[in-house]
Ligand binder design. Structure first.
Ligand code: NAP
Length: 520
């Protein structure tokens, strides 16, 4: 498929803007053709107008119809073949294997939402049947179900050009919920975005979805993004990226005459606690696996373990030194991300000691891994040390006692994950640590590493602020669908006016809570 650089607005494409941008190959610094036309405010208005009209049709599509649409998107992405993989690699500097894995994750995610829609019970149908003879007052017939919110604006992250981008988790969950999507492309992967945007456009036409159910707009500044958040047609926002970006969009949404929810998944340091007994037998393996997790994907994961806390253990520190010095970094996604990493590292050097430094390979934006060390006292006096540095680095904090470790856990802000490594005896002795962590994060892992987030029904990829702007949800897994719905209650409705999910004879055969009992 030939790239055009044109904005995708429903079933049409436009390039009304006069300013063009280009993607850059971070491995060699070369610009990549073609030129992409920055969207204009008029083009955003058109996308919003089409999306609002599309919503009136799309919100009434059955689960089966929406499932067919999502499955067709997955098929069209696969049909892009090697062209998609080649463009992904050229724009991101990430290896081909990662690109293929991420494509599988993206299509798998779309198909998982399709399964959810076909099964249908996700709508949380509740029925309290009428009690006309109840004293002192009769009870009316009350039924409720999740309904779509409206048009959703989505921002993709630089570090997942497929799985958290144009057809990524936010788009999949919004479309599954019955909401049209207007997507603001990330400037770091413009070509990948257009290819996937075209796949969605094709799938929408092939499955008879309404014109405007999906639009893709290009921009490399904040004008279109901010206008999207403020647009009166938009009813919710999905975002993955920096704290600065997510918070700015959250504030803009809250300041609208009609405030709307912003589901922003932002930075996280993902603390790892290593308990004393497991270190006695496992220090070398733990150090090796930890360095592997820190350097995976050049550390460009929101679940990267950016902090490790333990009680003093020399064997572990020396194993870390050895494994870090033999580790290799890689090409970072953009010059901006590389510069932020270098700045963060230079700043951290002023407050800590270095445990080990790895090697940087050849490449325009290539960096080396580095692991730092600090005492619990210095860590407590310098709160900025607990801020995320996006890249292959981590800070090891050594405490003198269990109490100090617990106090450090208590001082944590919100994170996406926390990990505890321990023997069964450790875990029993540190049960209070788990209690604290449960109040700080969205996912707690035992004896694992947080990189690698399964797309499944039970997954929670979220957490208290500042990890996200809304801790009550997840941006990965099928539970994400309810971010873009709201419950609607129907009182004393005749059966003929009810949607199938709530009709008396349950034609969709879904699980429903009927008079307090879950049944089909
Ligand atoms: P980003 O800078 O937050 O950008 C994400 C998207 O939001 C881009 O499309 C960006 O547009 C837009 N945006 C950012 N600030 C905005 C604002 N004030 N108003 C309107 N739109 C705005 O994230 P990134 O480019 O993916 O990576 C940069 C940093 O984010 C990294 O160094 C890292 O610290 C963090 N990060 C976190 C995660 C995570 O999963 N939590 C993932 C990736 C990155 P433009 O680029 O066009 O300005």
């Amino acid at each position: 498929m030939q790239l055009t650089g044109r904005n995708i607005i429903g079933f049409e494409t436009f390039s009304e803007g006069t300013v063009a941008i280009q993607a850059i190959n971070p491995a060699n610094g070369e610009t990549l053709a073609p030129l992409f036309y920055k969207a204009t405010i008029e083009e955003l208005d058109l996308a919003a107008e089409k999306a609002e009209k599309a919503f009136q049709i799309y919100r009434k599509q059955s689960g089966k119809q929406k499932a067919e649409f999502l499955e067709k998107i997955a098929e069209e992405i696969e049909n892009l073949g090697d062209a998609l993989i080649e463009r992904y690699v050229a724009e991101s500097g990430l290896p081909q294997g990662r690109a293929m894995g991420e494509r599988g994750r993206t299509t798998g995610q779309l198909r998982l939402f399709a399964q959810l829609l076909r099964e249908g019970s996700w709508v949380n149908a509740r029925i309290d049947t009428a009690l006309p003879d109840r004293q002192p007052l009769p009870r009316p017939d009350i039924r409720s179900v999740e309904r779509p919110l409206g048009v959703v604006g989505v921002f993709g992250a630089s570090n997942f050009p497929l799985a958290f981008s144009v057809a990524g988790g936010d788009t999949a969950s919004a479309l599954a919920a019955g909401c049209p999507v207007i997507f603001k492309a990330h400037p770091a992967h413009l070509g990948t975005s257009e290819l996937v945007g075209k796949a969605i456009q094709k799938a929408a036409e092939a499955t008879n979805m309404p014109d405007g159910v999906f639009s893709l707009l290009f921009d490399d500044g904040h004008e279109i993004g901010l206008a999207l958040v403020k647009h009166p047609s938009v009813k919710a926002i999905g975002f993955t990226g920096s704290y600065k970006g997510g918070k700015a969009l959250y504030d803009a949404a809250a300041a609208r005459p009609e405030p709307i929810p912003v589901y922003a998944e932002m930075g996280s340091v993902n603390p790892v606690f290593v308990l004393p007994r497991i270190l006695e037998s496992n220090a070398a393996t733990l150090a090796q696996n930890f360095v592997g997790s820190v350097t995976l994907g050049v550390g460009q994961f929101c679940t990267n373990p950016g902090m490790l806390l333990l009680q003093k253990n020399e064997a572990f520190i020396s194993a870390l030194e050895q494994h870090t010095s033999t580790s290799t970094g890689g090409v970072m996604l953009t010059t901006g991300i590389r510069d932020a990493y270098v700045k963060g590292i230079e700043n951290t050097k002023n407050y800590t000691k270095i445990i080990g430094v790895g090697k940087a390979p050849e490449g325009f934006t290539a960096v080396e891994p580095i692991i730092f060390h600090t005492s619990i006292e210095d860590f407590t006096q310098n709160p900025h040390l607990s801020e995320e540095i996006f890249g292959p680095t981590s800070l090891v904090v050594e405490a003198n006692s269990k109490d100090e470790l617990l106090a450090a856990a208590q001082s944590l802000t919100g994170h996406l994950t926390a990990t505890v490594h321990g023997t069964p005896e450790d875990l029993a002795e540190y049960a209070d640590l788990i209690e604290i962590l449960e109040q700080k994060v969205g996912r707690i892992l035992i004896n694992g590493f947080p990189t690698g987030v399964e797309v499944s029904h039970a997954m929670v990829h979220g957490g208290p602020f500042p990890a996200t702007t809304d801790s009550r949800s997840t941006s990965v897994g099928t539970m994400a669908i309810t971010r873009f719905t709201r419950p609607v209650c129907y009182q004393n409705f005749p059966d003929s006016l009810l949607i199938d999910e709530l009709k008396a004879d349950n034609p969709l055969n879904i699980w429903r809570l009927v008079d307090g009992e879950l049944k089909k």
